[in-house]
Ligand binder design. Sequence first.
Ligand SMILES: [Zn+2]
Length: 288
Amino acid sequence: MFSSLWKEKKEESSRTMEMLLTLVLFCILLQPARVSSTSQGIDQGYIDSNAGRTLQQEQDGNHQIHCSRERSRAAQKIIQEYLMPFVEKEKYHISRSCKFHPDNDLYRDQEQHKSHININEWQCGYCKKIFYEEKYLDQHFDNRHSNLLNLNQSQCLADLCGALHCDIEINSGLKKSKCNPAAAARNKHLCESLADSCFPVNDGPAASRLHEFFLHQFCDAHSCTGSRKPFSRGRRKKTNAFYIVASILLLMLLLLYYLYIYLYQRGMKRETQLLRRITQTGRKKKPS
Ligand SMILES: [Zn+2]
């Protein structure tokens, strides 16, 4: 009786000892991870410590930029997809005074220095550091390369979001919020002023056509009563070079496969014919 109780106690104490040991081991294992995450300092989500090139830059958090990067990006995407293909088709040159001019995007240079290498790899084009999410690269730009922003001349594209329907781009899939007549009127006004400044009607037939197009594509939908939808004139059809090359390769592979099967079957037919001939001549020879 006593011995069994003692045995149980002993087992229990050894179990607690085991648990304690694993806890200590766990803490020791965690220690270096914690050190590395603090040593990363300001660059969160940073993968490669062996950057090929390092830019020495002072961390100046003094720049207070009140321009949403996400909304600017959405606006830029809309401009590139729903406007520029039509402007290029007309061979029209947007003037510097138009807010859609590439130089008027505050984040243009930074966005151009962004490379999406892999699903989980975003590289900074200035210092070659790699991050595993785009938001960390954005933070890195804000912290390390904010002095590269052209603050003197550039404008905030996010300011045009009301006119360009950025919310549709950002919240695609979400249910549309209730229409506010005052906001719709404000956005329509902004939209029409953009059409006037970017595509002045007296600037020739191309500008006049683009002015008309812009009103249909972006401005008509700013109304709570009308049933017009934004981007009614469609978007640029994307022809990805990669898909073209891949489909050509696939087609060639398929052709090769069928050619192989055809030749194989022809070879088989010939072989059987030859065999038949041999057996026939064999049979003919036998009686003699
Ligand atoms: Zn960098």
